[in-house]
Design a binder for this molecule. Structure first.
Ligand SMILES: *Cc1c(COP(=O)(O)O)cnc(C)c1O
Length: 392
């Protein structure tokens, strides 16, 4: 792991830049989360639900045909096989157990494409908790099936009608609601973003991914460490989970893949490290895409899960220190990679994940290097986008 300091900084990034009104909520969480998460009862419940409800450990699959094509030993960490179809549920399981132990009765969450909303609504149904998900009105229209999924699971979905009516506005609305209900409500953030302690907490819940990779690779290759780990980065939670136990192993290259949309400099992209400058977004100091005078720029990506103007502070730190290698993949190349993996391995990846696969064409590696790609989610939710793109 990368040490986060007492104030929640990874080097120059992180912290808790929040309005006065939110201090009691954040302090309650910060003062209790480390202790609760370390308790044997928490660990027992977390492990039991990850095993029997989520379906962990997820397999580490040797992708033979992909390996032959690229001249490396490529393994896929199958987070697409998690219940609800992506890694996000690892975090929502952890946070809902924590919320119960803090005596909370209600859960709120923000969602963009709806994947985190669905993962939250799922664990709320499981635990019998009241659930409200804030979602930009525009996103609700674009992502109708996920809205209905959340409703079937018993969650209220509330449209955020300010600004561009997308993820950033939903996050603002959830924060506002949390300020108004500090005693009975827990806010489940969906990625390694937000004020301290969220980034570290979410990364810790997702770190089960690299914990399993180490054990599985040892069994298959006789060593715990691959040469490269590749993962896509929206806010960065699946990448943080896949990198976590390798941060201090410099011989393992950490490849973080961002969405370059229609081209990094096209004005239609979400390539934060290429375009961003330090700034404050959703309670933490990080790299973010912004105008000269500090207005957040609207991001763009064909994949809703990567369509975010910032990255988690841990990734800003990986970028600044050079520990992580950042790659931008354009829409077109991601779609081609998604089709290629479908044809070579019989796995239709989420379009977010397809960006990670496309990075195989952009990074250099030696033949017979062992590469682990974190297969963050399955492509069912993206069928419409695949169909509209059409080129298959
Ligand atoms: C949400 C999502 C992502 C992006 O979120 P991170 O926090 O960066 O992991 C990536 N892949 C899938 C399948 C997702 O649902």
């Amino acid at each position: 792991m990368i040490a986060v300091d007492e104030k929640g900084f990874y080097g120059n990034f992180g912290g808790a830049y929040i309005p006065e009104m939110l201090h009691p909520n954040i302090e309650e969480l910060r003062d209790n989360y480390e202790r609760i998460v370390a308790e044997p009862d928490f660990q027992a419940q977390f492990k039991s639900l990850l095993k029997d409800y989520v379906g962990r450990p997820t397999p580490l699959f040797y992708a033979q045909r992909l390996s032959e094509k690229y001249g490396a030993k490529i393994y896929l960490k199958r987070e697409d096989l998690c219940h609800t179809g992506a890694h996000k549920v690892n975090n929502t399981i952890g946070q809902i157990i924590l919320a119960k132990k803090l005596g909370k009765k209600r859960i709120i969450a923000e969602t963009g494409a709806g994947q985190h909303g669905v993962a939250t609504a799922t664990v709320c149904a499981l635990m019998g908790m009241d659930c409200t998900v804030y979602m930009g009105k525009h996103d609700m229209e674009r992502q109708r099936p996920n809205v209905e999924r959340m409703r079937i699971l018993g969650a209220k979905v509330v449209p955020a009608t300010s600004g561009s009516q997308t993820l950033k506005d939903a996050t603002n609305e959830a924060m506002r609601q949390w300020i108004n209900n500090p005693v009975d409500t827990h806010y489940i953030i969906g990625s390694v973003v937000g004020p301290h302690p969220y980034p570290e907490m979410v990364a810790r819940f997702q770190s089960v991914i690299s914990e399993e990779i180490k054990a599985q690779l040892l069994e298959k290759e006789g060593r715990e460490n691959p040469d490269l780990v590749i993962a896509c980065v929206g806010g960065g939670s699946n990448a943080a989970g896949a990198f976590y136990h390798y941060y201090n192993t410099p011989e393992v290259r950490l490849i973080a893949v961002e969405a370059a949309g229609l081209g990094v400099f096209s004005g239609k992209s979400a390539a934060t490290t290429a375009l961003g400058k330090p700034g404050i977004l959703h309670g933490s100091k990080t790299l973010l895409m912004q105008t000269e005078d500090g207005q957040v720029t609207e991001p763009y990506s064909i994949s809703a899960g990567l369509d975010y103007p910032g990255i988690g502070p841990v990734h800003a730190h990986l970028f600044e220190t050079g520990r992580g290698e950042f790659v931008g993949v354009e829409d077109e190349d991601a779609m081609l990679a998604g089709i290629e993996v479908s044809r070579l391995e019989g796995i239709i990846p989420a379009i977010e994940t397809a960006h990670a696969f496309a990075a195989l064409n952009q990074v250099k590696y030696k033949s017979d290097d062992v590469i682990v790609i974190n297969l963050s989610g399955r492509g069912d939710k993206d069928l419409d986008t695949y169909i509209k793109w059409g080129n298959y």
